[in-house]
Design a protein. Structure first.
Ligand SMILES: [Zn+2]
Length: 446
């Protein structure tokens, strides 16, 4: 692609006008290196080039905490708080999923994500139909870490979502054998015990062992809401982070969503284990959970990323909205020294990739990395007049998902100027409406 401003998100935070050359799914050259690399190609040219003039060229956005199974539930579980939202709405709705409804939910979410510049997701599935989740993710073209939600106990959990610890783990490992490294390396399987209140001590022990043995990420939730914290303490005698530390669940393979209520001692446990956290400001505000102190996470050098959580608690799957919220909330909490816009863009790109253990592959525009790229048009009225003076503030405070013009994964254009390559957006919306209506009719809601 040519003519854009490259916002590289490399260690030096390079921003430069220039071209980006993609060869066989990888970044072959950028900026000043492009002419020589082009000359070395057969014929001295590439078959096609995207005109990125007036645009910022970013590493594809990394969405580090998501539930694509919940996209069909958007708007169905309003005005609630976390535990009531789970017990009265989300779990009964998840229990009503079929393979068809789950696939429709994933495709609907993927349409929105790709159109918003997201190239990589970290998704927690529901308990069942995770094969369908993997197959559908593969077909969307997204890069994805995913795993079945593991639940073997808990108040208000429908029987259909409960499995014995052994069976839950066996099925997750079976999925790993099938999907880990599949779709040209785009898919990665994780173990996803939902949270402390839905998982027995034995399940945590088994997950920890399996994670160590097979090198799989453990994706879970922790310290999300005050009522959840109270129930966790009543159930296991401590808050989530000390419990995880005592059971060796915290490790460099741990990715924990929310962390809103972590105190300094708990954050130190996370840091010491080199575990990662994911900030989900939109979800935290909508469920009234609170405000995470992401500046403290970064100062403690905890790896961290950004996510929207599922569409049932946000209701957007829009990284630009999350970036604006993350910046605004940090400013409200630390008026004189908040997260800078550049740090917020890092959360959604290079830092998110590092949180998922993918920093050697994606998250920045650097030669040799996979060509996961998002091109953001900043030549519109709502960016003018100084769109490129500080591209980070433009991205965080002015840009919108609708400004994305091109989304590449492994160099493959999946979204180009309003059109999807691997998905039929109109059909995805129609399928989602049909499947959501059927699912609602099946669901045993209180
Ligand atoms: Zn979540």
């Amino acid at each position: 692609m040519h003519g854009g401003t490259l916002v590289c998100m490399d260690a030096a935070r390079t921003v430069a006008r220039g071209d980006l050359l993609v060869v066989e799914g990888r970044i072959a050259a950028l900026g000043e290196g492009v002419p020589a690399a082009l000359a070395a190609l057969p014929g001295g040219r590439v078959p096609e080039s995207f005109d990125a003039r007036g645009a910022l060229v970013l590493p594809g956005l990394v969405h580090a905490h998501l539930h694509l199974c919940q996209t069909l539930f958007r708007g169905l579980a309003e005005h609630s708080d976390l535990l009531r939202w789970l017990r009265e709405s989300i779990w009964p709705l998840e229990a009503a999923h079929t393979e068809a409804s789950l696939a429709a939910s994933v495709r609907l979410g993927a349409c929105e994500l790709l159109a918003g510049g997201v190239t990589c997701v970290n998704d927690m599935g529901t308990v069942h139909h995770t094969d369908a989740l993997g197959e559908t993710l593969a077909a969307t073209g997204l890069r994805a870490v995913f795993g079945p939600a593991l639940m073997d106990q808990g108040e208000g959990v429908p029987a259909r979502l409960l499995e014995g610890a052994e069976r839950a783990l066996d099925r997750a490992l079976e999925l790993a054998r099938r999907f880990h490294g599949a779709a040209g390396g785009r898919l990665t399987v994780s173990l996803a015990p939902r949270f402390i209140l839905s998982c027995s001590e034995g399940l945590w022990r088994d997950v920890t062992e399996a994670s160590r043995e097979h090198g799989l990420l453990v994706h879970t939730h922790l310290a999300e809401s005050p009522t959840e914290g109270g129930e966790v303490k009543a159930a296991v005698g401590s808050h989530a982070a000390p419990y995880f530390a005592a059971h060796d669940v915290l490790s460099p393979r741990f990715v924990g969503a929310h962390g809103v209520w972590l105190d300094d001692t708990e954050l130190e446990l996370v840091r010491r284990a080199d575990a990662a956290l994911v900030h989900c400001p939109g979800s935290n505000l909508k469920l009234g959970s609170g405000t995470a102190d992401v500046r403290a996470w970064r100062r403690a050098r905890v790896r961290c990323g950004l996510g929207s959580d599922g569409a049932a608690c946000n209701n957007r799957l829009d990284t630009f909205a999350e970036m604006a919220l993350a910046a605004g909330l940090s400013r409200a909490k630390h008026r004189d020294d908040p997260l800078r816009a550049r740090d917020v863009v890092a959360l959604a790109t290079c830092d998110g990739a590092a949180a998922l253990g993918l920093a050697d592959r994606v998250g920045s525009l650097e030669v040799g990395k996979h060509a996961d790229v998002a091109v953001i048009d900043v030549a519109q009225a709502h960016h003018a007049p100084f769109a490129e003076r500080d591209p980070y503030t433009t991205l965080v405070y002015a840009a919108r998902a609708a400004d994305v013009r091109l989304t590449l994964v492994d160099g493959r254009p999946l979204y180009v100027r309003g059109g999807h390559a691997a998905l039929d957006a109109e059909r995805c919306v129609a399928d989602a409406a049909r499947e959501a209506a059927l699912l609602l009719a099946r669901a045993e809601l209180p």
